[in-house]
Design a protein around this ligand. Structure first.
Ligand SMILES: [Zn+2]
Length: 132
């Protein structure tokens, strides 16, 4: 992925911070919260503010190079994998893992409103340690 080119095509400024954050984000397939990306940046010696991390992640999402996964209305993970897939979310540990689309079969799709078509189904299966 050429982050410079992607940002330029979008008319967004190419800054060393954006490039450094992209390098971390796309170093491997992962789901990162803004806080986690901030920590990794600091560990890598990249000096960024929290606002820059948030703005950059929003920009990456607008560019379509990360996918936002909103697990509970509060916590957002940024997914470096943008091909269609579902997720398992452990509410005890906060761990988010991928589920391939073929791990789930949807046999009864709801009837869609007239004149519309489905463009995707994002499923988050929420799990926790079994109790009792
Ligand atoms: Zn994912």
């Amino acid at each position: 992925m050429n982050i410079q080119q992607i940002l330029e095509e979008r008319g967004a400024k190419v800054t060393s911070q954006r490039v450094a954050l992209a390098r971390i984000m796309f170093s491997r397939p992962q789901h990162l919260s803004a806080d986690a990306l901030m920590d990794l940046a600091l560990q890598a010696g990249v000096r960024v503010s929290k606002a820059t991390v948030y703005n950059t992640l929003n920009l990456f999402a607008e560019c379509g190079i990360v996918r936002e996964v909103n697990v509970d209305g509060k916590k957002i993970y940024y997914d470096s994998t943008i091909t269609p897939h579902h997720h398992l979310y452990n509410v005890d540990t906060g761990e988010l893992t991928d589920l391939p689309t073929d791990a789930v079969s949807l046999t009864d799709m709801p009837k869609l409103p007239e004149g519309t078509e489905a463009v995707g189904v994002d499923l988050i299966v929420k799990i926790r340690e079994r109790r009792g």
